[in-house]
Unconditional design. Structure first.
Length: 135
């Protein structure tokens, strides 16, 4: 009967852990669904697509890190701080520099690879960031 009690306790804590993990990662699933929906939408301008990806990234980071304060940060600084929340950086410096220089200009000249890099980096960041990591 002691073994049965031990198995029941272990089962209880395993189910509790799995449910908590599922709930804690709900925002990740929602963000990945939004990202997939963005990829299926008809093509807007390249600048609008990058703005939408950055908005999704800021919203997801605000959920994961309520005190992060990314609303007023410049794009390169924001992406650099987000890199610190992952074991390996997901946004390279050339992307950060290109977005910082071109994104908010009236005559923005973003290369098409920029959106692809940003979308892939966003997907990887959503999946890989460590929740609760101090930056």
């Amino acid at each position: 009967w002691l073994l049965t009690l031990l198995v029941l306790l272990m089962s209880y804590y395993l189910v509790r852990f799995l449910v908590r993990n599922y709930r804690n990662n709900c925002y990740r699933r929602e963000a990945l669904a939004c990202l997939a929906a963005m990829a299926r939408q008809p093509a807007e301008s390249l600048t609008d697509q990058c703005h939408a990806l950055l908005m999704l990234l800021r919203r997801t980071a605000k959920t994961a890190y309520p005190g992060f304060g990314l609303e007023s940060e410049r794009v390169p600084d924001m992406l650099d701080r987000m890199n610190h929340a992952c074991r390996k950086p997901v946004f390279d410096e050339s992307l950060q520099q290109t977005l910082g220089d071109q994104l908010y200009r009236a005559d923005a000249n973003l290369p098409p690879s920029c959106r692809v890099q940003l979308a892939e980096g966003t997907r990887r960041w959503i999946k890989q960031h460590r929740r609760g990591a101090s930056c």
